[in-house]
Ligand binder design. Structure first.
Ligand code: 8YV
Length: 331
């Protein structure tokens, strides 16, 4: 839709200053100075007016919201990689293009995944918490105190071998972990060889064989509660789970029950089913490290995400296909 009039771009959350400044140069932009999460009513008001909406994971753009969009809304340029907060298929049917920001969060998310893979078996958060809670008073070194589990030589099972899964595997290899993975299809031969990775077509066959499971797949109808009660029961009782993808991929109640029953070694969770709510039972468990959805939270990453959003909007407004268009069929 090339036109000389600047498009009205509504951004739902506060973005880095440089990104907001550049958007203000290019577009008629409406920003969210106090960074509050928009209510559904505010979201509806936004889509009634905006030519372009820039939402984040905290905005639920479902069929109900999409039923109320004004005819001028042509593009939803998500600030984020996952688009499970958007009903992409309904948007497509209404002629609205959806874009996202893939690639620029990969290394940061993989770093945090690796941090959790190390932190939970080695009881890093527990040790730090002990010193803080006891004002630095500890009994002193002992051969049997604060023992965790060795990382080197263990088997890591990655669920979802996309960009982030592969970046996790590269890091994990450097720590001496053996790579196993489950994906809809095998990774290409060059990557499999580089990572010396073993493909498991059936997730149920992989789960009993690995010591640590890392969830790195998107949340789609096919992956909702992929790790349910039955699958958690397939895991070894000393195995760990790390999730930096989406809370919905794990049945949270089933995970809590398994952890409380001692049927798992522990969990490192950066994402939850009902964000921003965190089930308080997780917080009571010493062998769970819970983080507030911060795997991609780096200054560099946020600026690069903003850059991608701008390129997607600009390209679309200039009448071209935006580089990061989300196509429902291949999600
Ligand atoms: C983002 C994420 O920061 O990009 C994703 O999919 O999970 C996050 O780390 C968030 O989604 C922003 O919308």
């Amino acid at each position: 839709m090339p036109s000389s009039k600047k498009p009205l771009v509504v951004v739902t959350r506060k973005l880095p200053e440089t990104i907001e400044a550049r958007m203000a140069e290019l577009f008629d932009v409406r920003l969210n100075a106090d960074d509050h999460a928009l209510s559904q009513a505010e979201l509806v008001a936004a889509v009634k007016e905006a030519d372009v909406l820039v939402p984040t994971v905290t905005d639920k753009i479902d069929a109900k919201v999409l039923a109320q969009v004004g005819p001028q809304l042509r593009l939803i340029a998500q600030f984020g990689t996952g688009v499970d907060n958007i009903d992409v298929e309904t948007a497509r049917r209404r002629g609205i293009t959806v874009t996202n920001t893939p690639g620029v969060l990969t290394e940061d998310t993989a770093d945090m995944t690796m941090a959790l893979i190390l932190a939970v078996p080695r009881r890093l958060a527990e040790g730090a918490r002990f010193l803080r809670d006891h004002e630095g008073q500890w009994p002193g070194w002992s051969p049997t105190w604060m023992l965790g589990r060795r990382i080197f030589g263990k088997r890591l099972g990655i669920i979802g071998m996309g960009r982030i899964g592969q970046a996790v595997a590269r890091r994990a290899r450097a720590f001496g972990l053996e790579i196993h993975y489950h994906n809809r299809k095998p990774a290409n031969a060059v990557i499999e060889k580089e990572l010396e990775a073993t493909y498991w077509e059936n997730l149920d066959d992989m789960l009993p064989k690995v010591d640590i499971v890392s969830v790195n797949c998107p949340h789609t109808p096919a992956t909702f509660h992929l790790l349910n009660t039955a699958r958690l029961k397939l895991m070894r009782s000393d195995a760990y789970i790390v999730n930096t993808a989406r809370g919905e991929v794990i049945d949270e109640n089933a995970l809590i029950r398994a952890l409380e029953a001692g049927e798992l070694g522990g969990a490192g969770l950066d994402v939850f089913e009902n964000e921003p709510t965190v089930n308080p039972r997780f917080l009571k468990l010493g062998n769970v490290v819970s983080l507030p959805h911060m795997s991609s939270a780096t200054i560099e990453g946020r600026v690069e995400m903003g850059g991608k959003v701008i390129v997607n909007i600009k390209t679309f407004m200039d009448g071209h296909r935006p580089p990061d268009r989300v196509i429902p069929a291949i999600m």
